[in-house]
Design a protein. Structure first.
Length: 454
């Protein structure tokens, strides 16, 4: 019973997410029950992390009573809003096509069977891998145990723990410890598995909804059967969290372009805000998606008359603002700035060199062919060829545009920041950049091959 009780915070997060998603999507009858549930889990965990951060901002310490009271108030408010909405009922998340739902549920069960092997992989690093114990788990334990001295976490002398990194993952784990007297190691481990399953399940459900093809099942299996992916996913790094929120953001944007359902713009905005609170790469990705997504929504909806009083673009911007506000607060109030940054364009001690450029560009290609990926990037490359250019056209063009801009900025950062020895830096970080992009890339290619949409 004790082991079950410690997971209650995750269930509270799911409930709050389900209420919010049901309110946002009450007029979207095309979204499946399962799709709503997976989206709700991610939104609920993001909300819980931000509520936990509010405890530190307002009370200068971790106050579980405040956090629980805030959650209770939020649940009550969402429940009342749901009751007051016209033409709405408590029986949300309808299942319109029983046979479709049963088959979808069966395929989801197959995906959930991967929890056992994921748990076995997680045992390789029960306390997390290198960055987990040095950065993410360290920060979570510091926040949980340090009382009103928690701001010492941001002192420049703590540069090895990357004090400028946002706190979404540590705060999720701190929230997960709400029913435990101590920071038990099973919660960070469970968090990594939860986000891995959420990412795989959302990839399947998103493809199934937008292509109506049961070949969508094979998309998450391409990387869930890859040992290297599972090891990284369960090593308690933030990359799986970033990967989920990045993919969910793009999926909702693409689903809006396909379905003309404005509710997707609100969900996309929420996810982009949470994405900005994951890590610096997430903040960069969120900025790109805000500009790309806003432009796509504007161009798509400027010639359409929407029955709602507010335009999809306004809803999108308000949703981003709602969940990105704490990222801005973190950067203004707590972040000490990047202590490991040297601008090689102006540094005489560590200047940018042609050798550095050559190493970076060669690594970008060599990593794709690294044996630990088991040729998955080559197979996805074949998918680009088989799509006969469809993957670059129409409403799915947002994917290659994002990938190109994101990788351009990442590459530029590798070039300009000359603080680290470049071969070591690429060896320990580049594969995680590709890891976080893999679900996005997989959805893009599978959707291009399976969809009848232009």
């Amino acid at each position: 019973m004790k082991h079950i009780i410690i997971y209650i915070p995750f269930l509270i997060s799911l409930l709050s997410g389900m209420l919010l998603v049901s309110i946002c999507t009450r007029k979207n009858q095309d979204m499946s029950f399962f799709m709503k549930t997976f989206l709700a889990a991610g939104i609920g965990l993001g909300l819980s992390a931000q509520i936990t951060y509010l405890s530190f901002l307002f009370l200068n310490q971790l106050n579980l009573f405040f956090i629980m009271l805030f959650h209770a108030g939020m649940l009550f408010t969402l429940f009342i809003i749901k009751l007051l909405l016209k033409n709405d009922s408590l029986s949300e998340f309808p299942i319109k096509n029983i046979s479709f739902a049963l088959l979808s549920g069966t395929l989801l069960v197959v995906l959930f069977l991967f929890i056992y092997p994921l748990w076995q992989y997680a045992k390789f690093y029960p306390h997390g891998g290198w960055d987990a114990w040095q950065v993410w788990n360290f920060k979570a334990k510091f926040l949980h145990l340090s009382g009103d001295t928690w701001t010492n976490l941001f002192k420049p002398m703590m540069w090895r723990t990357s004090p400028h990194y946002p706190l979404l993952l540590p705060l999720i784990n701190v929230w997960g410890w709400a029913m435990s007297n101590q920071p038990v190691s099973v919660i960070p481990l469970a968090t990594s598995i939860i986000f891995t399953i959420l990412t795989a399940g959302l990839l399947f459900l998103g493809l199934l909804q937008n292509t109506k093809s049961y070949f969508s099942t094979f998309a998450p299996l391409t990387f869930l059967t890859l040992p290297f992916y599972n090891i990284i996913a369960t090593s308690q790094y933030c990359d799986i969290v970033l990967s989920f929120y990045l993919f969910a953001s793009l999926l909702c944007l693409h689903s809006f372009l396909l379905s003309n359902q404005p509710s997707y713009t609100a969900l996309a905005g929420f996810f982009i805000g949470f994405l900005s609170f994951t890590k610096p790469e997430g903040s960069i990705a969120a900025g790109i998606l805000f500009l790309l997504g806003g432009s796509a929504i504007f161009l798509h909806s400027k010639n359409k008359a929407w029955p709602q009083k507010r335009s999809p673009l306004l809803v999108f911007c308000l949703a981003v603002l709602a969940t990105a506000a704490l990222t801005v607060a973190f950067q203004l109030v707590h972040s000490p700035g990047n202590q490991t940054y040297v601008n090689g364009l102006f540094s005489s001690e560590k200047p940018v060199t042609f050798l550095r450029l050559n190493i970076i560009f060669s690594f970008l290609w060599r990593e794709l062919a690294n044996p630990h990926w088991n040729k998955i990037w080559g197979l996805l490359g074949v998918g680009i060829i088989l799509s006969k250019g469809r993957c670059f056209l129409g409403k799915r063009a947002i994917f290659p545009l994002f990938i190109f801009i994101y990788m351009f900025i990442v590459t530029a950062y590798y070039i300009i920041n000359t603080n680290f020895e470049i071969i070591w830096w690429l060896n320990v970080t580049l594969f995680r950049i590709y890891f976080s992009l893999l679900p996005v890339f997989t959805y893009w290619i599978f959707e291009s091959l399976l969809s009848r949409h232009k």
